[in-house]
Design a protein around this ligand. Structure first.
Ligand code: ADP
Ligand code: MG
Length: 723
């Protein structure tokens, strides 16, 4: 008997629904209570230090040590009052998780016990960081790395630890994390966008990016999860036959949320709200046991921190409800995967959303300018953008059942398409005195309420959705910071070029608006091939994209090549986002991460197949053999024959498993003997990963053939339908 599986199933049926009591019926009573935000700062930091801090944040200038001391001591007082005993620099190394090293406030100073937290400890720490990925930058003999305070993202309390968001740099000053480059790209985009806004509105002196990440995830009961080594080790089911009922009934999406899940949602939302995350939406997703949570959008850096923190909170709170949260992009083959739709836009200090159409023609020219520049940026850097979402886990999703394809394209919707068509075919407009300028330019027509009638295209990797772009191809487990860094950087570059070209026309005596429209028209023409309104999941699109010369690179090791092309290196360097060294290190880290993931999957596949599946298949076979002997003994020859066929069928699949696991192990050896990391990654992809499907096919067949009672792994039908 498959004890582990049946014990797990027993545990599931005994599960009680945990009760959840919100601290108050009004969210506003506890929203942000675990954040050292504006409110807390005003109460715990002296007026002058508070002002100095705000000025430094505003201007991006260095914070002096007196201010840092004052902030640290305020933070400490605030945190200790709330039960904190430790503090940590919270950072995002290039792994899948956030990192923290806790230090106690408690110190012995000259024989006296004190709780201490000085400005120095707030501003910089030196984590024992030799085991974070560094892409060869940090030699092991020089294992030091630094974390540096990001004052733009407020400190927060997790349990009894004060967490200070920081960047993470090597001893030699190279960025080794997600936050550092993101902050640089945000300021690059700010500069470029402000310079373009200058054409329209002199009051705009700051442009910041906004992000609302919609997070999809699966829930699995903890007991079942623990009975599946593949979920434990690799975050996805490497085996499992599709259940009789999958998502074909389409009854899960937006359906009623099971009570146990609902309570989990309420519970983690409370924690998230206390941490200042503006959680707004919760619903079922398309696949069984798949759900989504979405916050209201925030400033990009904060939104990225919050998303990382949210995943952490969900994981922790999940434990209380007997749930494991799966952020993997494709935990279950055959049903939908999970994404993290990155809703991104740019906003100004004057309160304008630069991707939001308006009722005023003048504002709409500004809107159109930013809109077209984003499309042009995606066109010019489609491959780089593709590389920014490449990972071993996202490879399972991109191009698979119901997921954006690995081809970059932009969906605009009918209204915006019509407007760009018109702009393109409008010819060079001549403006004479008395003309209605915007009518003449053809841009007074942008409907005011485009928002309400934007079409949706779920199959596009990058879609305009009325007042923002939605980068849908980002994987559910990804740190949004990296794709957002790439997007900011390429848009900054495009805007600067645009600015230079418009200025040139103006210098030649062209009227400003005419110059702008003329360059926009060129951009629309130049970026046509990236626009696609049809079904991105169809085979016709693959054909069409090929004709258009768009790349379709479905595997990570090759997609990552686009990260380090001259085009990519130049744009990162020019905008001060990443040096060549930093970029190459990052490339190597991503390749290594890919290798490790496939290696782990390969091992767990081999392990389960040989040590769990094959033994039960053989045992069942032996049962059948006994049956055959018995049948023959009583003279039922022809009945015995059909059982023999059954035995042969089982044997065939057992043999496939044994042979292919062996082949896979050989392929791993070959890969591991290859020094060059890119080549190694390619071997892992082409030779190791290629075996996964063959082994899975045989194992899944065995699942159907072997008696249910003996099957060791919880089945899809048991994992996917939460009551
Ligand atoms: P859906 O796209 O699922 O219909 P919404 O359009 O309401 O849902 O929003 C999806 C996400 O996009 C939310 O997180 C929302 O806050 C965010 N969003 C809305 N406006 C912007 C914006 N200007 N910039 C960034 N994100 C935005
Ligand atoms: Mg959406």
């Amino acid at each position: 008997m498959a004890t582990l599986r049946f014990n797990a199933l027993q545990a599931v049926s005994n599960r009680q629904t945990a009760t959840v009591t919100p601290p108050s019926t009004k969210v506003s009573d506890y929203y942000g209570s675990n954040v050292f935000g504006q409110e807390a700062m005003k109460n715990y930091i002296s007026g002058s230090a508070y002002k100095a801090l705000m000025n430094a944040i505003e201007s991006g200038e260095k914070i002096d040590s007196d201010t840092a001391d004052a902030v640290a001591s305020g933070m400490k007082a605030w945190a200790i009052e709330r039960g904190a005993t430790h503090y940590t620099h919270w950072f995002q190394p290039l792994t899948d998780a956030t990192a923290e090293k806790h230090d106690a406030f408690f110190e012995i100073d000259g024989g006296i016990a004190l709780e201490k937290f000085r400005g120095g400890a707030l501003v910089q720490q030196e984590p024992d960081a030799s085991s974070f990925p560094n892409g060869g930058i940090r030699q092991t003999f020089e294992a030091r790395g630094y974390t540096g305070w990001d004052p733009t993202s407020p400190a927060f309390l997790m349990g009894n630890t004060l967490c200070v968001p920081t960047i993470f740099v090597s001893y030699t000053g190279e960025l080794l994390d997600y936050k550092g480059p993101l902050l640089r790209s945000i300021s690059a985009l700010d500069k470029a966008a402000v310079s373009v806004c200058d054409y329209f509105d002199k009051d705009i002196n700051k442009v910041f990016c906004t992000l609302g990440p919609e997070q999809e995830y699966f829930l699995v009961d903890e007991a079942l999860f623990n009975a599946r080594p593949d979920l434990v080790m690799a975050g996805r089911a490497v085996f499992g036959h599709s259940p009789a009922r999958g998502q074909q009934l389409e009854d899960h999406y937006f359906g009623s949320i099971p009570p146990r899940v609902h309570n989990f949602m309420v519970d983690f939302e409370i924690e998230a709200l206390k941490l200042g995350m503006p959680i707004k939406t919760r619903h079922n997703e398309v696949a069984p046991s798949q759900f989504e949570v979405a916050p209201t959008f925030e400033e990009l850096n904060l939104a990225c921190d919050h998303n990382q923190l949210l995943m952490d909170v969900m994981t922790k709170v999940g434990g209380k409800h007997g749930f494991k949260v799966l952020f993997h992009e494709k935990p279950f083959a055959g049903i939908n995967g999970s994404g993290k739709h990155n809703n991104w836009s740019m906003a100004t200090n004057t309160g304008r959303n630069l991707l939001g159409p308006s009722s005023k023609p003048k504002d709409n020219l500004m809107f159109l300018t930013f809109f077209v520049n984003v499309v042009k940026a995606v066109h010019d850097y489609a491959d780089l953008l593709r590389s920014s979402i490449a990972s071993a886990s996202n490879d399972h999703r991109l191009g698979a059942n119901e997921a954006p394809p690995a081809i970059m394209s932009v969906f605009l919707g009918q209204t915006m398409n019509d407007i760009l068509e018109e702009l393109e075919h409008n010819g060079n407009v001549k403006i004479s005195k008395g003309d209605n300028l915007y009518m003449k330019l053809g841009i007074n027509r942008i409907p005011e309420l485009i928002l309400d009638n934007t079409d949706r295209n779920r199959t596009s990797p990058f879609a305009f959705t009325g007042n923002k772009f939605e980068f849908r191809a980002v994987g559910s487990s990804a740190n949004s910071a990296w794709p957002m860094t790439v997007l900011n950087t390429i848009v900054a570059e495009t805007l600067l070029k645009f600015k230079a070209e418009v200025d040139k026309l103006i210098d030649k005596g062209e009227k400003k608006e005419v110059a702008i429209v003329n360059i926009l028209r060129e951009y629309v023409k130049a970026s046509k091939k990236i626009r696609f309104e049809g079904n991105g999941y169809s085979d016709e699109w693959k054909e069409e994209a090929k004709k258009r010369g768009l790349n379709n690179v479905p595997v990570t090791p090759l997609a990552l090549d686009f990260m380090t092309t001259k085009l990519a290196k130049d744009v990162f360097e020019k905008h001060g986002v990443l040096s060549h060294t930093e970029l190459e290190a990052r490339h190597e880290i991503m390749l290594e991460k890919y290798i490790k993931k496939i290696q782990i999957e390969g091992r767990v596949i081999g392990d389960i197949a040989l040590n769990q599946v094959v033994p039960v298949a053989i045992e069942y076979q032996n049962k059948l053999i006994t049956n055959v002997k018995g049948l023959k003994e009583i003279g039922l020859e022809s009945e015995a024959k059909s059982t023999i066929d059954y035995i042969k069928e089982i044997s065939k699949h057992i043999k496939t498993v044994q042979v292919e696991v062996e082949n896979m192990t050989e392929a791993r050896k070959k890969a591991n003997n290859t020094d060059n990391v890119r080549e190694r990654a390619i071997i892992y992809c082409d030779l190791v990963k290629a075996k996964f499907e063959e082994i899975r096919y045989a194992v899944d067949k065995l699942e159907l053939l072997v008696e249910d009672e003996a099957w060791p792994l919880p089945k899809y039908r048991e994992m996917l339908f939460i009551r």
